[in-house]
Ligand binder design. Structure first.
Ligand SMILES: NC(=O)CC[C@H](N)C(=O)O
Length: 283
């Protein structure tokens, strides 16, 4: 952040990138969580929303981008390639949180349709994450909600390979100890390259490329969720993920402030603990 990191001395600016394009799954709540956790500790904080068509600023303190449909994430990739403010900020070390479609866009490439039932195309990502994303395979047996198909929210053509449901993971990143919890809803299967490390080890759900995929790791191998690389934290977890995982929110805040997570004043929030307990126990 620019200026002194003492509480109240300057404003922490949280970039919410393309909420009009990558806003389908409520991930804009992550920026709200960051702002409120900062404000509760006495920092001034504001959300700077950058819409489609606007240049992405490179001077913000934290960046968040969320999930979206295939066609929308193709637009997002094109826009962010033309306006590389987030990439410039990531290269100087600004924390970036990218969720689902956001994760895929951060990678080397992803395959996405141009609409429900539309043609699949390989699209270049931003290259901030050593990862590639391919469409799920029907034979991979993703859990499909018949209700979603009936309501037309998932097309039968795409539904069989779609991965939908609760996901939980043991964190594999320094500074995180609590089980990560979220909700996943994706057709893409992401494979990490050697420069990326997984965010967590899956204890429930799927996360990255399914072990049962014939081209994936052996079926008895551990599944992993999300990825970290440089200042980027990427995950398939909606929720919003930072509402369900305050420890992750504080890790991003601490990095933005240049302090250790343990230096942040603890926040007692029984409602959040109750939410976590409920979601981790849900079927
Ligand atoms: N939830 C999402 O962001 C979905 C991402 C992407 N469109 C997929 O289906 O894989």
């Amino acid at each position: 952040m620019s200026g002194d990191t003492t509480a109240g001395d300057s404003t922490v600016r949280i970039g919410l990138i393309l909420p009009d394009v990558l806003g389908t799954y409520g991930d804009g709540g992550n920026a709200v969580v960051l702002r409120e956790r900062l404000r509760m500790r006495g920092y001034r904080a504001e959300i700077v929303a950058t819409g489609f068509g606007e240049p992405v600023p490179d001077s913000l303190d934290i960046y968040a981008l969320g999930g979206g449909e295939d066609a929308a994430q193709r637009l997002a990739a094109r826009h962010m390639t033309a306006h590389p403010g987030l990439q410039n900020a990531a290269h100087r070390g600004a924390p970036v949180l990218a969720v689902c479609a956001g994760l895929q866009v951060m990678g080397e490439w992803f395959t996405a349709s141009d609409g429900p039932g539309g043609a699949l195309r390989r699209v270049d990502g931003l290259g901030l994450l050593d990862a590639t994303t391919e469409p799920g395979r029907p034979e991979a047996g993703g859990r499909v909600s018949r209700a979603l198909v009936a309501r037309g929210l998932v097309t039968p053509r795409h539904a069989p390979g779609r991965i939908i449901g609760e996901v939980a993971a043991s964190p594999l990143v320094d500074g995180l100890t609590a089980t990560l919890t979220g909700f996943e809803n994706h057709g893409g299967n992401t494979t990490l390259g050697p420069a990326a490390r997984p965010l967590g080890r899956v204890v429930r759900g799927t996360g990255n490329k399914r072990a049962s995929d014939p081209e994936g790791p052996a079926a008895d191998e551990t599944l992993f969720e999300g990825a970290v690389q440089g200042s980027l934290v990427a995950t398939y977890m909606h929720g919003p993920v930072l509402a369900r995982n305050p420890e992750l929110a504080d890790l991003l805040i601490a990095r933005a402030l240049g302090v250790a997570p343990g230096d942040l004043a603890p926040l007692e929030m029984p409602d959040v603990e109750q939410l976590r307990t409920e979601r981790l126990a849900s079927r």
